[in-house]
Design a protein around this ligand. Sequence first.
Ligand code: NAP
Length: 263
Amino acid sequence: MSLENKVAIITGAARGIGFAVAKRFVADGAKVVIADVDDEAGEAAAEDLKSQGEAMYIHCNVAERLDVRNLVAETLNAYGDIDVLVNNAGIVVGADFLDLEEEDFERVLSINLKGAFLCSQAVARHMVEKVQNGGEPGCIVNMSSVNSVLAIPNQIPYCVSKGGMSQLTKTTALSLAQYGIRVNAIGPGSIMTEMLASVNSDPAAKNRILSRTPMLRVGEPSEIASVAAFLASSDASYVTGQTIFADGGRMPLNYTVAVPDDA
Ligand code: NAP
């Protein structure tokens, strides 16, 4: 298995894409730490995975430095190492530009972008020390979005945070390359999680999404997890500083595609 005995922290993994990544990593042999703010869902997610391998839940608000410090300490205490970090925790707050509240702008940026920085720095300090002591370099996978490039007018802080995630990925990759530590990102298109739940019940919203998706379907969390598994494995040993877009063809598309009635 490609992640045999690797220790992986996945933030925001109580549900959605993060949980799918955790599940895939456990199937690939990793010991997984689910870090989230939803304690009930996080504990249940870890219990679920324990039937297939090693997993545990640790409460962590990624925007809080002390929570992040505790996450690293507790992981090292439980598993003795950290090989992979997946910065997946993220939120959206929709508002038109003229109405957007300062607090909402700050909240999204502090979770989606500052949280990834705090976790990356805390975990990288451990990874660098390990390399300096003759150990194997680890890697970091950031959950970005097509919105790191494409903009939505009423999702301002979200798009800004994901644009920042692109540069965080590149700057961290350049800073850590000398140690052999790789940093990459995934840019999902529209993936069927609770974040996208309203689309299921809104035919107009579904049509809007599919008309921008040449593969004419929304993606599954497992289809993002498989990209994370590749980036975290030694199969990606010479890949760093990249964002891989798993988006059903949205990024190369100009204009829209026709959506059949039965799509
Ligand atoms: P989701 O279903 O809403 O799951 C996100 C998880 O993160 C939830 O358990 C959430 O807890 C947790 N979380 C929120 N704030 C946190 C914090 N401060 N610290 C730790 N955990 C926190 O979202 P998703 O759709 O799986 O998205 C996961 C990632 O993929 C995000 O970064 C998102 O931007 C990215 N992405 C998603 C899509 C998509 O179509 N779904 C597309 C592109 C990119 P609560 O539920 O309690 O808030």
